[in-house]
Design a protein around this ligand. Sequence first.
Ligand SMILES: [Zn+2]
Length: 76
Amino acid sequence: MELDTDELLASLTPREENPAIKTYQNTVSVACPACEKPFDDLVVCKQNPTSLNLSKQLDLCVGVEDEQAFIFTHKP
Ligand SMILES: [Zn+2]
């Protein structure tokens, strides 16, 4: 799988950023590069390792580019 994050991030709406992660909302139903279903949010991990404190149960798809993890969330 080839992950073109520049193109991906250009389509998404930035939401939250903190020292560990940056989140984007998928307001235009971009397909997930892993499973090809539209995802809800993208979480970019800026620190390695990093912890995600998820408040809800989500299905996750993960890609890595330039040693950064990109986590695509799907509501089950
Ligand atoms: Zn997916």
